[in-house]
Ligand binder design. Structure first.
Ligand code: FAD
Length: 321
């Protein structure tokens, strides 16, 4: 293959090329986030040969690389609003997702929805990112699912209006992967877009989307006690619980303190940065938003050190990648 730069037209031309076929599977799952994990396990349980292609180095998508350390929406709790101590949990999502959560709980890598509900936020279960990544790898191996990390999907292979596979780019170059069924689990509908499906983004009136947020984790936080509860539960919307701290904080673009406990002692995942008026599908906007959000982090860490009793030694662990 040759790629030629034409100085006069300021254009780059690529020759038509033959692309090697790396694999052919029954079901190809594009993207290894929570949706991709569920889709791959469902297909493997139906005895299909399955491959997941993922551009990052692990499964979990936003849940792991994005540091979104809580599974929300799996259960509905009743009774808590009346202060009833006999709160009942009703499971509304089961299947492979719940099997995965149970496995993390059994491996000590997640806090159950019951405990999280009692000491934290709503209907979620919180997990340890490293246990999630390893457990996800293990489950894929147990079900014979092929994983391909560090691989970006760049094109859809079409036969008429039917998708037959995808083009990928990685350190081995450009390759084709063929499949009877292609599942788009990229979170952004990348494969559907590449296949020519119509799409719409943002609000009807101006196309704007929600603000963008870079999550980050902090460590060295004290256990929630009387001092913290007394100080912050008086703040507007104040909620001070072992696994959830929330109150209005207009000094931040995000507008709130909003942090979730993880299974690790003293560790919280912070959802407190915000970049507005950006399009999450525009690489220039994404770059600017990432830089902008990361710059907001030190001031937030400093806020905890200064304002939160017992948090003088709080430190930044990491920002989402
Ligand atoms: C700020 C924020 C806070 C949130 N808070 C919560 C919460 O507290 N609890 C909760 O349950 N949910 C929360 N969510 C929602 C949750 O993160 C998503 O619902 C969930 O991650 C969707 O899973 P997914 O697998 O569809 O997509 P993703 O998690 O986005 O996974 C997509 C995967 O596809 C890969 N991929 C994408 N494009 C390509 C490509 N071209 N080639 C190869 N791989 C590709 C990505 O690397 C990624 O691994 C939050 C989301 C955001 C943005």
């Amino acid at each position: 293959m040759s790629i030629i730069y034409d100085r006069k037209t300021f254009k780059v031309h690529r020759d038509a090329q033959e692309i090697p076929v790396k694999a052919k599977v029954d079901v190809l799952v594009c993207g290894g986030g929570p949706a991709g994990i569920g889709a791959a396990l469902g297909a493997a349980k139906g005895e299909a040969s399955v491959m997941i292609i993922e551009k990052n180095n692990c499964l979990g998508g936003l849940a792991t690389s994005g540091l979104v350390t809580t599974f929300a929406g799996g259960s509905i709790f009743s009774g808590s609003e009346e202060g009833n101590p006999k709160v009942k949990r009703r499971q509304v999502i089961k299947g492979v997702v719940w099997e995965f959560i149970e496995r993390l709980i059994n491996e000590g890598g997640a806090i159950s929805p019951e405990e999280f509900h009692e000491k934290g936020y709503n209907d979620a279960a919180t997990f340890d990112i490293e246990v999630y990544k390893r457990a996800a790898d293990d489950i894929m191996e147990e079900w014979g699912i092929n994983l391909l990390y560090y691989t970006l999907i760049t094109g859809a292979i079409m036969e008429g209006d039917t998708i037959k596979g995808v083009i990928v780019e990685n350190k081995a170059g450009c390759q084709a992967i063929l499949a009877d069924i292609v599942i788009d689990a990229t979170g952004d509908g990348d494969v559907a877009y590449m296949a020519g499906a119509p799409y719409k983004i943002g609000r009807n009136e101006d196309g704007k989307t929600q603000p963008l947020t870079t999550m980050f984790r902090i460590g060295g936080m004290p256990e929630v006690g009387k001092e913290q509860i007394e100080k912050f539960s008086k703040f507007p919307k104040g909620k001070v619980q072992p696994y959830f701290l929330f109150w209005e904080a207009p000094e931040f673009t995000y507008g709130h303190v909003c942090v979730f406990g993880t299974p690790r002692k003293g560790e919280y995942r912070c959802e407190m940065t915000r970049s507005v008026d950006k399009n999450g599908l525009d690489p220039d906007d994404l770059t600017r938003a990432e830089i902008e959000c990361r710059r907001q982090v030190p001031r937030i860490v400093e806020y905890f050190r200064r304002e939160y009793p017992g948090a003088e030694n709080v430190y930044l662990i990491d920002t989402a990648s």
